[in-house]
Write a new protein. Structure first.
Length: 507
């Protein structure tokens, strides 16, 4: 069992999110977080007793914020808020994304600005620890006032309504909680608002997508190095002096990775003398200049998303002075823009990889390799259609690269008149990640086939290890066979991080 993740609202990391969401690490609330949260809760309770006018506590919500709520209906106000906002539609979010969302929501409550009882965070942690996962539709959030619909579905499950899943079994939330030894919670003033105000749905997806994106960047370097060897390319363009002359960090990191992967190559030595080519095509020569900015984009997104993991995103926020201040920390523009930037960056990995695939199969461009990488071309089509599939996926990535975060449609009677569409950006990025994973799988398969034809010459040390890994998963293509299963097998290996162990990771 992975190490326990202890949350306090200030120290959660991407590694913690992955540990809980994907590996089932147990979760608890830090003891030192409890006094701060308790003090904030006392502020809210005092204001309720004083019958102060406080948004979402003694008033309605959004456009209805000018409606005063009588004291005897304050609890009803909170549960009705959750029920009315649980209006999501579409496919359910994957369990790993829901688990990440639950962790992030508990972490925000533990931070102590929500004014909610820590009982809510404790219940979320307990649900994570016993494997209870709410069914949350993925569509319905515009990412302003937070991810209202997804978070409302999550909040509903805490009250015993909605549906929970555990070990493949689904059932009414109240029944599933009780069978796990847990009790539904009764919401008190401000707690419904606490549970649904925030950026935790799209930030949860962003956190996991960021880890996937970095993995794809590493695989892209690996696949590119394999293709370069198969195509008798030169590593001269990766010389450190070229990178230093420009000064871009990601570019230098990629070039260093490629130099390591290509070291001690017999294939390179075989054509060092007598090759009339002065320069390789851009898809080979400019890998540092294309893969590098992808790493820079990942680093930028990691900073934004890393900060958001521990952000207080409720409204209003409760301060130790006894004040409740209304603001807009629930607005998801920062993460939405980072998600769009990642989609654009990763699309560039898909497009350059597809161009390398084309060079590998194209008989006029592949430096003497058999047409479409088959020794019996004509009767066999080899990897002809694999390149077509890669082209289709790369094209779809280009469509999905149109930013969601520049769109806005006013909601809530125009009270929420500028919204970031952050969940749309998250959904698009998830699709781009899958497409890039497939494109890189196809390149790995084609590059490995090209290296087979260069035998007995051995490629560089890192490339040789990568080639052996691919061959353990996918055999050399002799006569034509259906390639879909091979592509899926490699894509799954990438997703499981089985293709880029530490020996391939130079960052």
């Amino acid at each position: 069992m992975p190490n326990e993740v202890v949350i306090d609202g200030n120290s959660l990391t991407l590694e913690d999110v992955v540990a809980v969401a994907q590996r089932g690490a147990p979760v608890s609330i830090a003891a030192h977080a409890r006094p701060r949260a308790r003090a904030a809760r006392e502020v809210v309770q005092r204001l309720v007793v004083q019958r102060a006018v406080v948004y979402g506590v003694t008033t309605g919500f959004g456009k209805l914020s000018e409606v005063a709520i009588p004291p005897e209906r304050l609890a009803e106000l909170q549960v009705n808020l959750v029920r009315s906002h649980a209006a999501g539609v579409g496919d359910p979010l994957p369990d790993r994304e829901v688990r990440a969302m639950m962790l992030l929501r508990a972490n925000v409550i533990a931070k102590g600005y929500s004014g909610a009882r820590l009982d809510l965070a404790d219940l979320l942690a307990a649900m994570l620890n016993v494997g209870l996962c709410p069914i949350i539709p993925e569509q319905g959030s515009v990412g302003a006032s937070g991810d209202l619909a997804p978070l409302a579905h999550l909040a509903l499950s805490l009250t015993g309504e909605g549906t929970l899943r555990r070990d493949g079994e689904c059932g009414p939330a109240g029944d599933m909680l009780r069978r796990a030894g847990l009790a539904p919670i009764t919401l008190e003033p401000k707690e419904g608002l606490t549970l649904i105000n925030g950026t935790q749905a799209h930030t949860a997806i962003a956190s996991l997508a960021l880890v996937d994106a970095h993995r794809l960047w590493r695989v892209a370097n690996l696949a590119g190095a394999m293709s370069l060897e198969a195509l008798l390319g030169t590593p001269v363009a990766f010389d450190s002096r070229i990178q230093d002359a420009r000064g871009q960090l990601g570019q230098a990191a990629v070039a260093a990775s490629l130099r390591e992967l290509l070291a001690d190559s017999e294939i390179r030595e075989s054509h060092r003398v007598g090759d009339s080519r002065v320069q390789d095509a851009y898809s080979l020569r400019c890998m540092p200049q294309v893969h590098g900015p992808v790493l820079d984009a990942i680093d930028f997104a990691a900073a934004v998303i890393g900060r958001e993991l521990n952000a207080a995103t409720d409204n209003p926020l409760v301060f130790e002075t006894g004040e409740l201040l209304s603001g807009g920390n629930f607005h998801g523009q920062s993460v939405a823009m980072a998600l769009d930037f990642l989609a654009i960056a990763l699309t560039n990995l898909a497009t350059i990889s597809e161009r390398r695939i084309d060079r590998l199969v194209h008989p006029d461009l592949n430096q003497g390799l058999p047409p479409f990488l088959t020794s019996d071309a004509g009767v066999n089509s080899g990897f002809m259609m694999a390149q077509v599939t890669a082209a289709s996926l790369a094209s779809e990535c280009k469509v999905l690269s149109h930013p969601a975060s520049v769109d806005t449609i006013p909601t809530d009677g125009s009270k929420e008149d500028v919204v970031p569409m952050a969940m749309g950006a998250a959904w698009k990025l998830r699709r781009v990640l899958r497409n890039v994973r497939y494109v890189l799988s196809i390149e790995l398969m084609c590059a490995a086939q090209g290296l087979d034809f260069r035998a007995p010459l051995r490629p560089g040390r890192g490339v040789a290890r990568a080639h052996a890994t691919v061959r353990r998963l996918v055999p050399t293509l002799g006569r034509d066979r259906a390639l879909s299963a091979d592509i899926e097998r490699l894509a799954q290996a990438i997703a499981d991080d089985d293709l880029t162990p530490q020996q391939f990771d130079d960052r």
